[in-house]
Every structure is written in C-alpha cells, then in structure tokens.
Design a protein around this ligand. Structure first.
Ligand code: ADP
Length: 162
C-alpha cells in the first residue's frame, strides 16, 4: 500500500491545494490530508476542526483521500499512519528554499520517509491561503480562489469572525 501524507495549515484550503490533493490521489493508493499547527505562522483564522470539515467537503469526490488533524511532529504522524511518503506542493522559488530545508531535515530524522513535490498548476501559482484571508478581511470576492463547494461556508465563517 503506497500511502502518502499531505500536511499543511490549510487556513483555509484553496484551489491550489485541491489540485495537489487530486493529483496525489492518482499517484498513491491512499492520501491522508492532515491539518497541522504551524508554529511559525500567526494565529489561524479557521479553527482546526473547521479546516478539517472544509477539506472533507472539498475532497468528497476523492474516494482514496482521508482528512484528519495532528498536533505534533510530522515524522511521528507518518509512522503512526504507516505512510512512507510526504507530498508537498511547490509554487515559486520562495517555496523551494523552505521546502528544501524541510525535506532534508525530514530525511535526517527518518531516512525511510520520502518527500515528493508536485509542481503547482500555473493557474494557481500565485494563490495562497494568506491571499484568501486578505481577500476575506477586505470583503473581496474569493471566487476562483477556493473550491466552489465550500466558498459560502468560508465566507460565512469569515463574516462571523470579524
Ligand atoms: P504550511 O503551513 O505547511 O506551508 P500551507 O497550507 O500553506 O501549509 O501549504 C500546504 C502545502 O500546499 C505546501 O506544500 C504548500 O507549498 C502547498 N501549496 C500552497 N498553495 C499552493 C498552490 N497554490 N499550488 C500548489 N501548492 C500549494
């Protein structure tokens, strides 16, 4: 069983993330999307359980994808789930430096885990959760940024948070 973990903050999940999940679901037998706390990022807009629920709704059409959350080290999560692969999306050069360091660190911690990178689709190369949060803050239109099935849920939640 080729099992991969897609870790991330997903605050909130975007069309760029969904594209990576869909492509990973064709490459692996099972894909586990796991919402992690990223201690280097500011306080999240969406609580953990809501981020999980949004991803579950957006990936309902992908039968070999499961969504969960984890608070801890990624290598421990992979071991617990018996996943030998980590999938990360790559956008611009700015992602590369960060992802390169993380992948090498992961190899040092656990040599059996392989990090696999999927290049962004050019439609989503400038799309990020922080851009979506900024749009929400200023009441902008997030059509084309987030999966259509969860757009209203995201807008509703953002309005109640303000
Ligand atoms: P993290 O806090 O772990 O960086 P993110 O939710 O920001 O979590 O991103 C999760 C993963 O998705 C990362 O590998 C990131 O590079 C990737 N990603 C984010 N946005 C896009 C996008 N538009 N296209 C492709 N990959 C993306």
């Amino acid at each position: 069983m080729r099992r991969a973990v897609c870790p991330g903050s997903f605050d909130p999940v975007t069309l760029g993330h969904l594209d990576i999940f869909e492509r990973a679901s064709h490459m692996f037998d099972e894909v586990i999307i796991s919402v992690f706390v990223n201690p280097t990022k500011d306080k999240a807009l969406f609580p953990m359980e809501e981020r999980v629920a949004l991803i579950e709704k957006a990936t309902a059409h992908l039968p070999n994808v499961r969504v969960t959350s984890f608070s801890g080290l990624l290598n421990e999560f992979c071991r617990k789930e018996e996943a030998a692969f980590i999938v990360r999306g790559l956008r611009a050069f700015s992602d590369f430096e960060y992802e390169f360091q993380r992948a090498l660190l992961m190899k040092k911690i656990d040599h059996s885990i392989e990090t696999v990178f999927i290049m962004t689709d050019e439609r989503y190369s400038c799309l990020s959760s922080s851009a979506v949060r900024e749009m929400l803050y200023f009441g902008g239109d997030i059509t084309g940024f987030v999966p259509p099935s969860i757009k209203d849920d995201i807008m509703k939640r953002a309005r109640s948070a303000q």
